[in-house]
Design a binder for this molecule. Structure first.
Ligand SMILES: [Mg+2]
Length: 131
């Protein structure tokens, strides 16, 4: 796999510190932990994007947690020898097929989150088909 500049920068950063040999499980746990740190920033608030953009301190904290998550995600894909760009493109293809844009955009707005919600129906059918 040819590495892009960001992946290469992350790989070098980790190598320089001897942090370049984690287990896949350690990285998966780290992604979850950092995601929780991101979520913690919203523990007692439900800020809008506008509020966040107007709060430099909170925005900086958000950027830090998002950066942590992205770095771990790029690290795990790099160690698996998979391009994160390919993963994103493949995933988008799957989601486009599963949730056709026209159907999603035109669904009854009143049903969103309710028992008639098409999105939830598709998700539930897929989960039931797996088990
Ligand atoms: Mg963090």
């Amino acid at each position: 796999m040819k590495q892009d500049n960001i992946t290469e920068e992350i790989v070098n950063f980790l190598k320089d510190r001897g942090w370049d040999n984690p287990s896949p499980g350690a990285l998966a746990k780290s992604i979850s932990i950092e995601s929780s740190e991101l979520l913690e920033l919203f523990q007692w608030s439900d800020d809008s994007f506008m509020n966040l953009k107007e709060n430099p301190e909170k925005l900086e904290n958000l950027k830090d947690e998002i950066g942590d998550i992205i770095i771990y995600c790029i690290q795990i894909t790099g160690l698996l020898g998979i391009s994160y760009q390919d993963i994103v493109r493949t995933k988008l293809k799957k989601v486009k097929k599963k949730y056709p844009a026209k159907q999603m955009k035109n669904r009854d707005k009143k049903s969103i989150g309710g028992s008639d919600d098409l999105y939830l129906k598709i998700k539930k059918e897929e989960r039931e088909s797996k088990y």
